[in-house]
Design a binder for this molecule. Structure first.
Ligand code: SF4
Length: 492
């Protein structure tokens, strides 16, 4: 049984997933997010500076045997910090992010994570490293999880000691290590036989979304695209309860089952295949709006390692907005902002925003919590703009209200009130408008494209990408105008 750290944690989540990885890889879906991977790499490289003057075991161009031998050599030479130190014990290969050697020869394991907290799975990840070193006879004094400190606010210079938190998890690791032998024995029992007959369950997405879901859920268990698992805000326990009773189609749920009012709307709408529209609720929301209405949408991105003063790790940094201004007579104007790449965009954006939006007008956002938190953060950062920014903040209304309350619900919304489902349900022609966009078709694309602009040398390419960003964001607020139009029509 050959294992690595990641195979070990995979097996902990589900032994069937480990079996599939080893024996039927073809059924697994590639879920690797390259952006997350790149961030992890950058964070890993920076964290090495906390343990300076070390030697790295190169990942590319060396076999595992060579990596192990080089690690031994560095240990013998008295190197104090070894990055990607590699060991093998009982056919388990581990690579330690940073191995620190104390003056008395004892060792310290440092597992670097780009997240902002110690998750339980990280302890398991580190415990297998401890198990291997312990098994090889090393004296491991300490095990740390090194993660990003999201309370850190960058000043002029990046201070890596403040950017990272080093958490001593030695006690927890030692406790976990006691069970590893029996866990490995259990894996072996599974791996020695044919494909394990493990049913789907909450473990399929805990702690990670399993890459065998397509196979286990769809191919083996015939779970349809839309099923009891899509009932809005229903506990996992109840969802799996229906599954265990053989109820997958929402239409097959017995009428005697109790649900919240909102869930009942979804279920009734499915059972009768009809839309449910509560005109009173919609009117109540529409009555809160006054003209002109400023439809606002931000695009943001995040930095694990803050590049500018005043930025915290992973905070939402707005770089773009689109504004459709809808007047009572039906005329719609458009304004927009897209920051210059490579510079801190926040101040310019905030200045333009208060110029574009007067203080006491209705501002509409879809899922306003996001827009409000971005504006609040800008107001805190720029005291000179605070009053005007907070006036915009305080006047934001949420276009999502009628959908979140299920005052307007159609079966095509599939239990969701995200704009991704609401828009095609209300304005089907706009769904294609997004698909026809070049380069940027969703917020995730925008989030990746903007920070990449500063590295693009070709001016034409940069221009095209900037145009794509503007077109995408503009479509978002235009979609809001259209959704509001449909809402108004529904109560006429
Ligand atoms: S989808 Fe679920 S049951 Fe299938 S391998 Fe993954 S975790 Fe196990």
């Amino acid at each position: 049984m050959n294992l690595s750290k990641s195979l070990y944690t995979r097996g902990l989540q589900c032994p069937k997933s480990l079996w599939l990885k080893k024996n039927n890889k073809e059924v697994l879906t590639d879920l690797e997010d390259t952006t997350v991977f790149e961030v992890g790499n950058k964070v890993g490289v920076l964290a090495c500076k906390l343990f300076p003057s070390g030697k790295e075991i190169p990942y590319n161009g060396t076999t595992f045997e060579e990596k192990i031998n080089l690690t031994k050599k560095y240990l013998k030479e008295g190197v104090k910090n070894i990055y990607e130190a590699t060991f093998s014990f009982e056919n388990i290969i581990i690579m330690i992010d940073v191995l620190h050697v104390n003056d008395d020869g004892s060792l310290e394991i440092n597992e670097v994570k780009s997240s902002t907290e110690v998750k339980e799975i990280y302890l398991h990840d580190a415990s297998i490293q401890y198990y291997v070193l312990n098994g090889l006879g090393f004296n491991v004094q300490k095990t740390n999880i090194v993660h990003i400190n999201n309370n850190y606010v960058r000043e002029e210079e990046l201070e890596i000691e403040k950017l990272f938190s080093i958490i001593n998890v030695t006690v927890e690791i030692k406790k976990l290590e006691e069970n590893i032998s029996s866990i490995l024995q259990n894996f072996k029992t599974f791996l020695d036989k044919g494909e394990p007959d493990i049913d789907i369950g909450e473990h399929c997405s805990k702690p990670y979304d399993c890459d065998a879901m397509e196979y286990c859920w769809k191919t083996l268990r015939n779970i349809p695209e839309y099923s009891v698992f899509n009932i809005s805000r229903l506990s996992k326990k109840r969802k799996f309860g229906f599954y265990q009773r053989g109820i997958l189609d929402i239409k097959d749920i017995p009428d005697s089952e109790k649900f919240s009012a909102s869930q009942m709307i979804q279920i009734q709408s499915d059972k009768t295949n009809s839309s449910i529209i509560n005109k009173r609720g919609i009117k109540e929301f529409l009555n809160t709006l006054t003209y002109p209405i400023y439809h606002l949408d931000f695009e943001t991105f995040q930095q694990a390692i803050p590049e500018w003063k005043g930025v915290k790790p992973y905070m939402q940094i707005p770089f773009q907005y689109s504004l459709h201004i809808e007047h009572e007579d039906g005329i719609v104007d458009h304004k927009e902002f897209l920051a210059k790449e490579g510079l801190d965009p926040r101040h310019e954006l905030a200045k333009k925003l208060i110029k574009d939006i007067p203080s006491y007008v209705t501002v509409l956002a879809y899922n306003m919590g996001f827009e409000k938190s971005v504006i609040r953060k800008l107001a805190e950062t720029y005291p000179d703009l605070n009053v005007k920014l907070m006036a915009i903040h305080d006047n934001i209304k949420d276009l999502m209200t009628s959908f979140a309350n299920k005052d307007y619900y159609t079966p095509t919304m599939k239990g969701s009130y995200s704009i991704k489902y609401v828009l095609p349900a209300l304005v089907p022609e706009m769904e294609n408008a997004y698909k026809e966009l070049e380069y940027v078709q969703n917020g995730g694309d925008a989030m990746q494209v903007f920070p990449s602009l500063s590295e693009i040398k070709d001016e034409e390419e940069r221009k095209n990408l900037r145009k794509a960003l503007l077109e995408y964001c503009k479509l978002d607020t235009l979609a809001m105008v259209k959704v509001l139009e449909k809402l108004k029509e529904s109560v006429r």
